[in-house]
Design a protein around this ligand. Structure first.
Ligand code: C5P
Length: 238
């Protein structure tokens, strides 16, 4: 886990254009630990956005949440590894075999190309789903049981950690141990707008509850003074 408080902050580059992403990386590069590139920016701008972030000496979390047959996801994981990202993720619901094959493929290619091995993270149950939505797709719940079961499956498959809502940290720690990484979105200060996040914690609460990294987007991006907002977060978790 990162020891410098700022290194625990992952800024979500939730923008459309390369130039906007570049602007945010220039502004925040000494203030956060990683930049998260998700589906919108990657689909619009492609791998060159990852090169841009890396050329500025920054780390990338490639948030494409792979979910497909094991061979396909393993191949995608190889490509993510070749892009030299620090972290990428997949859906635990893709199954044990898919996760295990992807971790192994990433290890093998990183060794043969002498690249650092990226952390592989799993999404358990999307935080946008409640128990009603789970039942609709045939998963009976309770939700926390599903989350902890999938986190344990991911850890057995060799995955390094999970993306989890702040409320899930306790049970995941209990089942998967201290070394298993927990990355937490849904971070809001009491004075922040909640936006579409329903179950939020403050940065300090999430770190105290055992989160290793915090994914934060709008509380920084939409602040009047983003640098001041990020500084407040650093102070809160220091
Ligand atoms: O703007 P905000 O701080 O809510 O951004 C949170 C980021 O974390 C977004 O990029 C969102 O897609 C991502 N995320 C999330 N909940 C998850 C997984 C990822 O909010 N369960």
């Amino acid at each position: 886990m990162a020891s410098d408080p700022k290194d625990k902050i992952i800024f979500a580059l939730d923008v459309e254009h390369f130039s906007e992403a570049q602007k945010w990386v220039n502004l925040l590069k000494d203030r956060v630990g990683l930049f998260k590139v998700g589906k919108q920016l990657f689909t619009h701008a492609g791998p060159k956005v990852i090169d841009m972030v890396r050329q500025k000496g920054q780390k990338v979390f490639l948030d494409l949440k792979y979910h497909d047959i094991p061979n396909t996801v393993a191949k995608a994981g190889e490509e993510a590894t070749k892009l030299n990202v620090a972290m990428f993720n997949l859906h635990a619901l893709g199954g044990f075999e898919m996760m295990k094959k992807t971790v192994e493929a990433s290890k093998t290619i990183s060794k043969s190309l002498r690249l650092p091995r990226p952390l592989v993270l799993a999404v358990t149950i999307l935080t946008s789903m409640d128990e009603g939505a789970l039942k609709e797709v045939g998963v009976q719940g309770p939700l926390l049981d599903e989350v902890s079961r999938l986190a344990l499956l991911a850890s057995k498959a060799g995955v390094d950690g999970v993306i989890a809502s702040p409320q899930e940290i306790g049970i995941i720690r209990e089942r998967c141990g201290e070394k298993f990484l927990i990355i937490t979105p849904g971070i809001r200060a009491p004075s922040d707008k909640k936006d579409d996040q329903k179950r939020t914690l403050t940065p300090k609460e999430a770190i105290s509850a055992g989160a290793d990294y915090l994914v934060i987007g709008r509380p920084i991006k939409e602040a009047k003074d983003p640098l001041e907002a990020v500084q407040k977060i650093i102070e809160d978790i220091s």
